[in-house]
Design a protein around this ligand. Structure first.
Ligand code: SF4
Length: 245
């Protein structure tokens, strides 16, 4: 049986988180990760999409044993799975892969509007069980809907959510990748600046909104993993009976 940590985050009031966030606006990503690790490790994790390994590179330099979570929806591009393996080997990750039950008819075909709920959101819920905090590589420049992303906040579960790269520009990311020879998903060089599952991701033209290739033709703009942002509201958690695997 999982043992829940009894440490409290009650001292991290809205006011305390706002003050921390203000301080982190000018802090380096490594400093933000260090605060998160010092405060929460090992009752925390880092979620990775395998678009690139920038946050992983920063984080494992602070704490090599940090838990890295990858949600394998079963619908990823081959390039994404190859990047996962490359990153795992490069960093010797404490990697936790969340897998999804097999559906005879793929969910993206039978119910594309709600597919993200069992394939992504429920897997994140499982990954976060027993945790106090989590980190993601979300950045404000990724899309208009993410412009106001907080560096540190309390999510709808009551966990502390940290986005150490929130203030990074695309140039910052590319510079870090070049300087540190960080593995990247080769789809980035093929017109996919935002990489999700293959049924729902299209390449975009240079200069277009980087996330405009996601869920083309649907109202959805977010999968629901980052629940501080609006999506189409259809991914009601619990819409499916999902066997825990
Ligand atoms: S991105 Fe598409 S295929 Fe992937 S979980 Fe969401 S709806 Fe399903």
């Amino acid at each position: 049986m999982a043992v829940l940590d009894t440490r409290s985050t009650d001292d991290l009031t809205d006011e305390a988180l706002a003050a921390l966030g203000a301080r982190f606006e000018t802090a380096s990503a490594a400093e933000i990760v260090a605060w998160t690790v010092e405060r929460f490790h090992p009752q925390m994790c880092l979620t990775a999409s395998m678009t690139d390994a920038v946050l992983i590179d920063v984080a494992v330099a602070v704490e090599p044993a940090i838990e890295v979570v990858f949600i394998d929806t079963g619908y990823h591009f081959t390039e994404t799975m190859e990047t996962l393996e490359k990153v795992r080997r490069r960093y010797g990750l404490n990697l936790r892969i969340m897998t999804v039950p097999h559906y005879e008819v793929p969910l993206w075909q039978s119910d594309p509007v709600n597919c993200c709920s069992p394939a992504k959101v429920f897997q994140l819920e499982r990954a976060l069980f027993g945790k106090l905090a989590w980190m993601s590589g979300l950045r404000r420049q990724e899309s208009d809907t993410r412009r106001q992303a907080a560096i540190v906040s309390r999510d709808s579960r009551g966990l502390i959510k940290v986005n150490p790269l929130a203030t990074w520009t695309d140039l910052d990311v590319q510079g870090y990748i070049d300087d540190h020879d960080v593995p990247v998903n080769p789809l980035l060089m093929k017109g996919y600046p935002s990489i999700g599952c293959w049924p729902c991701t299209r390449p975009v033209k240079a200069g277009d909104d980087p996330r405009s290739g996601r869920w083309v033709g649907q109202a959805k703009t977010e999968c629901g993993l980052h629940d501080e942002f609006a999506h189409d509201g259809s991914d009601e958690f619990g819409a499916y009976e999902v066997e825990q695997v």
